[in-house]
Design a protein around this ligand. Structure first.
Ligand code: ADP
Ligand code: MG
Length: 691
């Protein structure tokens, strides 16, 4: 939903106060926000236990009379007290305390204390108990504990939430028939229960979020997400794009005939899916997924050829120069013989070449333009842009993706402004539930088969201590006419240090292998230097390529069959999978060595284990998602917005399905409820879900 049409009321200018700022840090701006700020857990303060029942390991609330209290000085300064209720005795202990806490436990006082019991030196004790006077009435609901931020107490938060509950309209946002069909608790009831569950309600169900009240909240949240995605889709369908039904289907036949290989069935299928999208008069928004090496580039070539055959220009954007250049070589090799003009545009062109490229684009002479982010600069003007292709789309920020799309906005035809079709390609497979929930406005095509003749890469985990053995492996490989990559460690803290490591490794390997040509490629080299090294590696004159992660994506040299990754424990799972995907592209047996340095953290160990156990990109993605959670997995964490606060995609799949169906039904039958529901749940957040 665009900002303009979003029903979010204007946010009041921050009323300065420190307290307000703390609320805002939690995303709490208006009463409605407080209403859906739900507890993470509960404390049961509704009844008093007998001290005799206060066993170690239990959280209890007891009352008793203070028998004695004193400040000890040894072994360290502390306040201790004992209380009794006639059934038993309990020790209380404070390692830090204020004078008023001392007064609370004067001998003879009747007090109520809460906390977790543990076995102390003298018997059961509670360290740092919470204390109140025994006369206060017991609450009749479980006490909620809310997610909070530093310096904001539960008491203040609770009070504000109670106030919000009394002044907010909690009426139903969903049609009654839907609530009945899905046996959903009414919203108001669910909210009241969760903010103050009546005594006796199962704390376990509440905490595990299995209670029907939680189910209602999760359903609402997922429904809101599905609805906003459905709206995004409806908006896209209302946009216009030029239908790119190839006038000259013969071009596609010639392309197919000129390829040195037969397309796989999966490639043929996705080419058809894309072709029919392109022929429509609203913009395609398709994600092409396929594991590394599955052959996405040639699919892009077919899409491009179709757009050009129908008289339009195509822009292909890649995240790195190396990759853009490789695409240029490949696509120009396939398409130029068929009469297409392919142009290359990156930030590193000389001014003269750059001017030439810009002219070719602006005059419409360039059919296909391949480049890096340079493509989205203002000066680049495409008169007939029909299709935009983003390779490794997850590497681009949301803003960049939107920008490239906007390149088409200025184009008018008789019917008004047109938007280019968009094809995103990615080797990071998004598991089904995630794709369904976050990318409902993205049609997904999947290449689920590798070209024939590939054998899976063998992965070896080798400790740093056995580095020498790896050298002999490299030696053998190169002796037998094949090539190898040596990937230098990631140095998060400093790019300079990372560069230094690469330079050092290069020097070291040159010494180790005097009879080999050892190349070096890193991000700080000039593009022409990079190009030279890569070309040497591609042609086989460079035997061993030392590289930083600039080679992570897309690089395709089938004769390279060995990949060494140093300090593999520092890389993320997706990154390791991408790197490993650089080998196993030819017909020989490929090996990937993950050199690691212990001791390994538990997470690092899990990552390396996953790499060792599987080469299946989907399985890797599933584990990656499990380890990092959806926000980080999708690279959205920077946005500061959680994607889902209450529902869990892994465990709530049944609710996800229900919400999906309900969203489609509501969009169709109850647009008024759609608005009501989104106002409650998605105020100001819709933008997050757009691309
Ligand atoms: P990715 O999906 O990782 O981008 P590429 O498009 O780089 O994969 O393709 C990997 C390699 O497989 C390239 O050398 C490409 O030419 C080759 N290739 C693509 N499709 C086929 C096929 N159907 N049969 C044989 N080789 C293919
Ligand atoms: Mg690729």
């Amino acid at each position: 939903m665009s900002r303009a049409s979003s029903a979010a009321p204007e946010r009041a200018a921050a009323p300065g106060g420190q307290l307000e700022r703390k609320f805002q840090r939690l995303g709490l701006h208006e009463p409605a926000d407080f209403v859906v700020h739900l507890p993470i857990r509960y404390e049961d303060e509704t009844h008093i236990s007998a001290i005799a029942a206060a066993l170690p390991g239990r959280a209890v609330q007891v009352e008793g009379e203070v028998l004695h209290s004193e400040v000890l000085l040894r072994p360290r300064r502390q306040l201790v007290a004992t209380i009794s209720d006639g059934t038993g005795r309990l020790w209380l202990r404070w390692l830090h305390f204020y004078p008023n806490q001392r007064r609370q436990v004067e001998t003879g006082n009747r007090i109520r204390v809460r906390g977790e019991v543990r076995q102390g030196f003298n018997g059961p004790e509670i360290v740092h108990p919470r204390v109140s006077k025994a006369v206060e009435a017991l609450p009749d609901a479980l006490t909620p504990v809310y997610p909070t931020t530093e310096g904001l107490s539960q008491a203040v938060l609770r009070k504000r939430i109670q106030q919000a509950l009394s002044e907010t309209d909690l009426s139903e946002s969903l049609p009654e028939s839907l609530c009945r069909r899905l046996a959903l608790l009414p919203f108001a009831e669910a909210i009241r229960v969760l903010h103050g569950p009546p005594a006796g309600m199962s704390v376990h169900e509440l905490i595990e979020r299995e209670h029907p009240a939680w189910r209602r909240i999760k359903f609402d949240e997922l429904l809101a997400q599905q609805l906003s995605l459905a709206l995004a889709r409806a908006r896209r369908r209302a946009q216009r794009a030029r239908p790119l039904a190839a006038q000259d289907a013969e071009l596609l036949d010639r392309l197919r005939a000129s390829l040195p290989f037969a397309l796989t069935a999966a490639q043929e299928r996705v080419i058809r899916e894309i072709a029919s999208d392109l022929a429509r008069s609203f913009p395609m928004h398709r994600l092409l997924q396929g594991d590394v090496g599955s052959g996405k580039t040639v699919v892009a070539a077919f899409a491009a050829a179709q757009a050009v055959a129908s008289g339009h220009q195509v822009a292909i954007m890649a995240p790195t120069e190396i990759l853009a250049e490789q695409h240029f070589n490949k696509l120009a090799g396939w398409l130029e013989p068929l009469g297409l003009t392919v142009v290359w545009l990156t930030g590193s062109l000389t001014p003269r070449l750059r001017r030439q490229a810009l002219e070719a684009i602006a005059s419409g002479e360039a059919d296909l333009v391949i480049g890096t982010q340079a493509l989205i600069q203002d000066k680049v003007h495409f008169p007939r842009l029909g299709l935009v292709i983003l390779d490794e789309q997850h590497r681009f920020g949301v803003a960049q993706r939107l920008e490239l799309n906007r390149k088409g906005d200025r184009q008018e035809d008789e019917g008004g402004p047109c938007v280019p079709h968009q094809l995103n390609m990615s080797a990071t497979p998004i598991p089904r539930t995630l794709a369904m929930t976050f990318f409902a406005d993205l049609d997904v095509s999947m290449i689920d088969e590798l070209p024939p003749g590939r054998s899976p890469v063998i992965t070896k985990l080798v400790s740093e201590a056995r580095r020498e053995e790896v050298l002999s492996l490299v030696h053998r490989e190169v002796q037998s006419g094949r090539q190898a990559y040596w990937v230098c460690p990631l140095v998060q803290e400093s790019e300079a240090l990372q560069l230094q490591t690469a330079v050092d490794t290069h020097a070291w390997l040159r010494d180790a292998f005097p009879d080999m040509v050892v190349g070096l490629v890193h991000g700080r080299m000039s593009p022409s230097e990079k190009q030279q090294v890569m070309e040497g590696f591609r042609q086989g004159s460079v035997h061993l390529l030392v590289a930083t992660t600039v080679i992570e994506v897309g690089v395709d040299v089938p004769n390279a069959c060995l990949m060494i990754i140093e300090h593999a424990e520092r890389f993320g799972l997706a990154q390791l999978h991408q790197l490993r995907g650089r080998v196993g592209r030819g017909t020989g047996q490929s090996v990937c060595v993950l050199l690691y340095q212990g001791p390994l953290s538990a997470v690092a160990r899990e990552r390396l284990r996953a790499m060792y156990e599987t080469t299946d990109g989907f399985e890797i993605a599933r584990r990656d998602l499990e380890q990092r959670g959806p926000g980080e997995f999708l690279g959205m964490r920077q946005s500061g917005q959680e994607l889902l606060r209450y529902a869990d995609l892994q465990s709530d799949t049944a609710i996800v399905e229900e919400a999906r169906e309900a969203a489609a039904w509501l969009m169709h039958h109850h647009p008024d409820h759609v608005r009501l529901h989104l106002n409650r749940w998605m105020r100001g957040r819709q933008d997050l879900l757009r691309s």
